[in-house]
Structures are given as structure tokens and as C-alpha cells.
Design a protein around this ligand. Structure first.
Ligand code: WTA
Length: 640
């Protein structure tokens, strides 16, 4: 069954696109009317990119969990919402029906209320990929608390920074998380993060791994006990209910921290109404989802992809999806394909880095895998190179599955540029055409729009779509400066792009100091700050370089006051420092000790030159403006 707002042909795409640009309010009112609102909106859209201020579905009232759960119950109550595949393939699969999801989310909402959580309070969630994570997220949304999920790979220090920035009073976590052969001691990390913290009142701990944890009296409580008690409150004579909080369309739904070009991560804020409409609309149209199909997004809910295409988009569309706890290479590199066969997955959405890493294992892990259930493949998070695209097409899709290359960002809330599976044409390594409602423009260095094609420039968007970020938490000025000040009246993405004669876009990568390592966003300044925490380090500069599997690797040039023991030991110590401060994902792939850094007379590090050295180039361009041009030769000689 198709959805009322589903685009089913190229002609329909063109018509929808045109209408969305000529009459955005009429267009989005039409789409939004397919959702459940407690009260309709007075006006569809008000905006300016100066402040910036963007409001969609003004004065509309809703609760997103009623749209993701309650309204499906009559028709889909017994149908699976989530098919959960555990880390260990021998363990039991859990199938969560919409009825069960409803009950659990009501219990979580009740549990949160019992513990004093109110509308607008910030709840930090730090868990592995278990269904309880989805219950926790939706439980917050049900009572109007603002969730802030932190990826399980971030360090105690990173969590501490986020807790402080969000002034979070509550945490939901687990004793630990399974990832392949590893057990991540989540609760221990939380304990470290809470040293010195003054705002957090309660920590709810779900039991997953049964590793030893310490529970602090008055602060830490067990999920199981609380949920059991909440069950007696929400279920009466077999009827489950927990009235959802009525939210304004523009009330914040969540905060998600992401890296930028400056020091500390920013809390991107998304709101209830527009985000709901956009995630469902783009989910259905990009993947051409039809009721009953099985969708599998391999992302972690700690990132925006998991928020939009595991939690909100698919559930708002009443979809059935696979949620996977583990990693693609354990017990072996055929795990994704086993999951596809076991659960008859129809749509697979993953990252180029995963494809490249699995490609590296050759075709052996694919032997005996059927994969015939697959209809649509998708990628997200970074540019996909043609080699990976072709491998995905040939060996996974067997040349019969359209591949959607979806470009978007934490700040955009959902997919902005992509082909629509089987509906608009694909072009390997091109994200292709904008979604209805999205008006991309390319601008040159001076902020002038580049008209005509082919063209290349910085990618901006001209007008708001329903799930554009509204602010960065606690610091609106930072939001303005980062996204709306580079070019007047435009949202600046931070990405560079090409445009061809057909109007297709190809994203070439970040043009700012943000790295994309295995699809994870990491700011160079963040890594430098972490490296500089090491007591022997005087200064450092971090750049990206091309990496076969990760897309980009992290190359750090480090000046040390002295080296204790061997260079190898110091390298190890620096890596450990970075792990401690940010998390293992930010560890540099290469550390080169250098006597100095190329700086301009005003003291600015010339990263352009450092990038060239890291890439192995020998032509560094003009170095005459450098304070000490000799240092470049010296660094180049010592290149790793
Ligand atoms: C990059 C992830 C090329 C881009 C959803 C963007 C991509 C950053 C693609 C956002 C793609 C994402 N092709 N590049 N299909 N998708 N990117 O916030 O540089 O984690 O700015 O959101 O990833 O990363 P984020």
C-alpha cells in the first residue's frame, strides 16, 4: 500500500517539486494533514534566516508518539514495529509489535514521571542498541521531556560536557553494551562523567550485560524495578494507557550534539511538528517504502541517522524494521547478509565506510547468502566512491536494486538530496536531486550564487524545509554564526558540491575544518584540544587525509616539549589521551612529531599546506607568507 504523499513517478516528482517551491505552505499543509494533530495549525510557515527564526505549523498541537504508535494500533497493533537482532546471533531475536511498543513507551513515560521528570526537562540517554533505547527515547517524547542521546562510544569527558551544556537532570543508561566481542561498561563511564556534576538527580540503569556496576544511593535506580512498578500504573484490566503530553509543533523534541569547526560540540535542536513530517515524508519517498516491507538501517541511534531513520521516520510511517545490536564484522564479515536473509530485509540503509570495509573481506562472506529479499539499497554519511557503489550494486543488489545516495546532516533533521528509489534516476556517487521543499544553491567564495551548470561551489539552501534545525541549545547566536552568517539569507551546509546539466548534485565533502571519519563528524579543533591536554604536548594541528576504508583518516602534527621514553610510547599516550577526552573514534591514525608548524605572520596555522603533506603531495603552493618557510621542508621530510 502506498502513502497519500508517496511520489510514484518522475512526473509526480517534478510536479511535487514545483508545487513545493511555488506554494510551500499549501504543499506542506497537504502532507502534514496525513498526520494526527490534537489541534490544527494557524499558519504553516513563518521564517527569516537573519535571526534566524523558523516556525512550521504554528500553534499546531500534537504528540509525536501518538503519530509513531497510537494511531497505528488499530490496524497494526499485532504487526512487528521492531525486529531486534542481538549482538550474538545465537541469542533470541525479540519481536516488538506496535502493541508492545505502546505498552513499553507508556511504562517508560510513567517511570519518568514517577521520578520527577517534567515537560521540557533534559534527559541524557547513553545506551547500546537495545529496544529499551527506543522505549527510552519515545518515553521522553511522550511526556515532552527533551532527549539527548549520546553515542555509546563517547568518553566520560564528552558526556560530562554534554550534560553540563544541556543542564540535564536525568540519565537513562545500561550496565553495559555488547559490541562484537567487547563489552562497553556504560554505567562506569557515566559514573566518571558524573564526578563533580551538580545537576543530575537520577540515573536509571537498564540491565543488559550483567557486568558489575556500582549503584549510588539516592541517585541510581534499576530500570527493571521502576518499569515493573510503572506497569501496575499504566495497565488496568488489560487496557494500557498513558496520556501523551500535548506539545506545540515548535516545542523542542530533542538535542543532538554534533561537531563543528570550532572547539566544543553544539547541541542541535529539533522540534516536534516539522521534524515528524519531514522524517516520515523522506523515509517513505526516498526508500519507496510500502506497508509490510522490512526496513533495516544499520546506524546507531546515537547519531542523527538512527534518530530519523530508526526511531521517528519508520515508526511514524507504521513500518516494520530490523534493529541490530552488534557490528558488521562479528562473528564474521557476513553478519549483515545473514541478517538480511534471516529477517527477509527488503530495504537496507548503511554507510559507505561499512561497504568499503566489507568489500575488503572479498566475496567469501557472501557465499551461501541469498539476499533475494532486497529491493532497495541506501547509503548515508559520506560521499560514496564509484568502486564501493559498484560493489554494492553488483554483489548486494545483484544489479536489480536501486541505490539511493542520501545527503543530509544532523542539522537538516532528514534527507535533503537523494534519488528516490526506482522513481528518479540514480547516478553513481551523485546524491542527485533535491527533495521537494529543498532549494539548493551553489555559491562562490564571495557569496555570489553560481547560476547555470555544470557548476561547483559551496552548497547552501535557500529556504527552510520543515526539519531544519531551530537553534543550538543555549546559544542561539552560535547557530546564527555557524549556519546563517557566511552567506546572507542562506543556510550554509559546510559542504562543497558539483552540479551537472540535469541539476544533479554531487557532494564533494566538507569545506570547513570538520572531518568525516567513517561517516562520523569530528572537528579538527576538538581533536587538537584533546591532544594538547597531554602534558608533553606544546601544540598540534590536525588535518584529514584520504583513507581507503574510513573515507578520511586523522593526521596529527604534534610539537612536544620533550619525548619521555620512545616516540612510540608517546604516541600511545597521546592516543589514550584522545580516547579519554573524546572517545576512541577520534583517535588519530597518524601522529607525526614535528619541530614547528607552518604559520602565517599573524600566527594562523596554514592547514592547506599540512593537508598537502598528509596527502603526499610535493607542491605546497605559495609558502612565502609563512613566518618560517623552512619548517615546511622539514615536516615533509618526516612525513609518515
Ligand atoms: C556528509 C549524517 C556525501 C556531509 C546524516 C555532511 C555526505 C555530513 C552524505 C553530515 C552523502 C552525509 N554524500 N556526503 N550522501 N551524507 N554526508 O551530521 O559532509 O553526521 O555535511 O549527518 O556528512 O554528517 P552528520
Amino acid at each position: 500500500m502506498a502513502y497519500p504523499y508517496q511520489i510514484q513517478s518522475l512526473e509526480e516528482y517534478k510536479t511535487a517539486y514545483q508545487k513545493s517551491v511555488e506554494d510551500p505552505e499549501g504543499f506542506w499543509a497537504g502532507v502534514a494533514s496525513d498526520f494526527q494533530w490534537r489541534k490544527g495549525w494557524d499558519k504553516v510557515l513563518e521564517w527569516n534566516f537573519k535571526e534566524p527564526k523558523v516556525e512550521w505549523f504554528i500553534n499546531g498541537k500534537l504528540n509525536i508518539t501518538e503519530n509513531c504508535i497510537d494511531r497505528h494500533l488499530q490496524e497494526l497493533g499485532d504487526k512487528p514495529a521492531i525486529i531486534w537482532e542481538p549482538n550474538n546471533p545465537e541469542d533470541r531475536v525479540r519481536v516488538v509489535t506496535y502493541n508492545r511498543l505502546h505498552k513499553r513507551v507508556c511504562q517508560v513515560a510513567q517511570m519518568l514521571r514517577n521520578n520527577g521528570v517534567k515537560k521540557g526537562d533534559r534527559v541524557c540517554i547513553y545506551m547500546g542498541m537495545v529496544p529499551e533505547l527506543v522505549y527510552a527515547v519515545l518515553g521522553c517524547a511522550r511526556i515532552g521531556a527533551i532527549h539527548s542521546v549520546v553515542f555509546g562510544g563517547f568518553s566520560a569527558q564528552s558526556i560530562a560536557d554534554r550534560l553540563e551544556d544541556a543542564k540535564a537532570e536525568f540519565i537513562i543508561t545500561a550496565d553495559g553494551a555488547f559490541r562484537g566481542e567487547k563489552v562497553i561498561p556504560l554505567k562506569n563511564v557515566i559514573d566518571d562523567a558524573l564526578i563533580g556534576n551538580k545537576t543530575v538527580k537520577k540515573v536509571i540503569v537498564y540491565t543488559r550485560t550483567r557486568i558489575p556496576v556500582s549503584m549510588f544511593k539516592g541517585r541510581d535506580i534499576w530500570w527493571e524495578d521502576e518499569m515493573e512498578y510503572a506497569e501496575t500504573q499504566v495497565e488496568k484490566e488489560g487496557v494500557v494507557s498513558f496520556p501523551a503530553e500535548e506539545m506545540d509543533a515548535e516545542d523542542p523534541l530533542f538535542i543532538l550534539y554534533t561537531s563543528g569547526s570550532t572547539g566544543k560540540p553544539k547541541g542541535v535542536v529539533h522540534t516536534c511538528g516539522g521534524y515528524m513530517v519531514w522524517t516520515a515524508y523522506t523515509f517513505v519517498n526516498t526508500f519507496q517504502y510500502k506497508r509490510g516491507e522490512v526496513f533495516f538501517c544499520t546506524a546507531d541511534i546515537g547519531w542523527i541517522t538512527g534518530h530519523s531513520y530508526i526511531v521517528y521516520g519508520p515508526l511514524a510511517a507504521g513500518a516494520t524494521e530490523v534493529m541490530f545490536e552488534g557490528i558488521p564484522t562479528w562473528p564474521d564479515a557476513g553478519r549483515f547478509w545473514d541478517i538480511v536473509d534471516k529477517h527477509k530485509v527488503n530495504i537496507l540503509y548503511t554507510a559507505p565506510t561499512a561497504i568499503r570495509s566489507l568489500m575488503g573481506f572479498g566475496l567469501k562472506p557472501l557465499e551461501g547468502k541469498d539476499l533475494s529479499s532486497l529491493k532497495v539499497l541506501g547509503t548515508v554519511g559520506e560521499p560514496i566512491n564509484e568502486e564501493a557503489w559498484n560493489w554494492y550494486d553488483e554483489h548486494i543488489g545483484k544489479k536489480k536494486c536501486p541505490i539511493v545516495d542520501t545527503w543530509w546532516q544532523t542539522e537538516t533533521g532528514g534527507i535533503l538530496i537523494t534519488n528516490l528509489a526506482g522513481v528518479t534516476p540514480a547516478k553513481p556517487s551523485w546524491a542527485t536531486l533535491p527533495m521537494p521543499g529543498v532549494q539548493p544553491v551553489l555559491v562562490d567564495e564571495n557569496g555570489k550564487e553560481i547560476e547555470g551548470s555544470p557548476a561547483s561551489g559551496n552548497l547552501c539552501i535557500k529556504a527552510p524545509w520543515p526539519s531544519i534545525l531551530r537553534t543550538t541549545y543555549g546559544d542561539h547566536e552560535r547557530c546564527r554564526q555557524t549556519y546563517f552568517s557566511a552567506y546572507e539569507n542562506l543556510y550554509f551546509t559546510g559542504d562543497g558540491a558539483l552540479r551537472d546539466e540535469e541539476g544533479n548534485y554531487r557532494i564533494t565533502g566538507r569545506v570547513d575544518d570538520v572531518l568525516n571519519v567513517s561517516g562520523h563528524r569530528i572537528g579538527t579543533a576538538e581533536v587538537e584540544n584533546a591532544i594538547n591536554m597531554h602534558s608533553d604536548v606544546v601544540e598540534s594541528a590536525v588535518v584529514g587525509y584520504p583513507h581507503d576504508i574510513k573515507g578520511q583518516g586523522i593526521y596529527a602534527y604534534v610539537i612536544c616539549s620533550h619525548i619521555r621514553g620512545s616516540e612510540e610510547e608517546t604516541r600511545k599516550n597521546i592516543l589514550q589521551t584522545v580516547s579519554r577526552i573524546i572517545g576512541p573514534i577520534a583517535k588519530p591514525d597518524k601522529i607525526q612529531f614535528v619541530p614547528g608548524l607552518p604559520k602565517t605572520r599573524s600566527g594562523k596555522i596554514m592547514r592547506r599546506i599540512l593537508r598537502k603533506i598528509a596527502e603526499g603531495e610535493s607542491n605546497f603552493g605559495d609558502t612565502t607568507t609563512l613566518l618560517d618557510p623552512g619548517v615546511v621542508e622539514e615536516i615533509a621530510k618526516g612525513k609518515l
